[in-house]
Write a protein that binds this ligand. Structure first.
Ligand SMILES: Nc1ncnc2c1ncn2[C@@H]1O[C@H](COP(=O)(O)OP(=O)(O)O)[C@@H](O)[C@H]1O
Ligand SMILES: [Mg+2]
Length: 189
């Protein structure tokens, strides 16, 4: 690029980052459109699955000094690949939507209820205003610009699709400035 003038180099840099973002977007959309396509329900140890997910996110967790506490987890009949994606999405969000200079602390817990299991992924991040509690699960819905927090707004839409595939429910409880709890249920399948 050395024989291009400064303006041309600047344009190319902009095009390159826009292309990278577009590529990420296409990849996420493809993943979203493929939810449930494999459709293999299998008996999965969720403790083990979460250990694998946190190990896959090892670099991010280490670089952000995130503390993750994982409570007692059951073994359930689930769509494993999809549930892996769901936890990956929720944990990544919990780390990303964090107050400046704060140490992310995430607690993942489960509780057996009648006919279903309830899971909670809790963070100490920026929180969400109640008026957006439903909106954030829509595809492309984002509450912040890319300069504050990067993303394409597909993660939570994907999580919703995954929980609906399991015939469960997903919702958020949150206090702005304090943190959020992403809750979901999975019926006994
Ligand atoms: N743990 C969280 N704490 C605060 N806000 C969140 C959290 N997770 C998601 N959000 C809000 O919901 C929006 C949608 O999330 P998501 O679909 O994962 O999109 P993305 O991560 O690409 O922005 C985010 O842009 C953010 O505004
Ligand atoms: Mg996300």
């Amino acid at each position: 690029m050395t024989n291009l003038d400064a303006d041309a180099q600047k344009y190319l840099t902009t095009v390159k980052s826009a292309t990278q973002r577009m590529s990420e977007l296409i990849k996420s959309l493809l993943t979203f459109s493929q939810v449930g396509q494999g459709k293999v329900l299998s008996h999965v140890n969720l403790k083990k699955l979460l250990e694998e997910v946190t190990s896959d996110l090892g670099h991010l967790i280490k670089n952000t000094k995130t503390v993750i506490e994982i409570g007692k987890m059951p073994s359930l009949n689930i769509y494993e690949a999809e549930m892996r994606q769901l936890f990956q999405n929720l944990i990544t969000n919990a780390i990303k939507f964090q107050k400046k200079n704060a140490q992310p602390h995430i607690k993942i817990s489960s509780k057996k209820l009648k006919g279903k299991t309830k899971f909670v992924v809790e963070d100490n991040g920026i929180g969400i205003d109640e008026k957006y509690f439903n909106k954030i699960f829509d595809i492309f819905a984002r509450l912040h610009g890319n300069s504050d927090y990067e993303g394409s707004g597909i993660g939570l839409a994907n999580c919703k699709k995954i929980i609906e595939l399991h015939k469960g429910e997903i919702w958020i409880e949150s206090i702005i400035g304090k943190g959020s709890c992403f809750c979901f249920t999975i019926p006994d399948l």
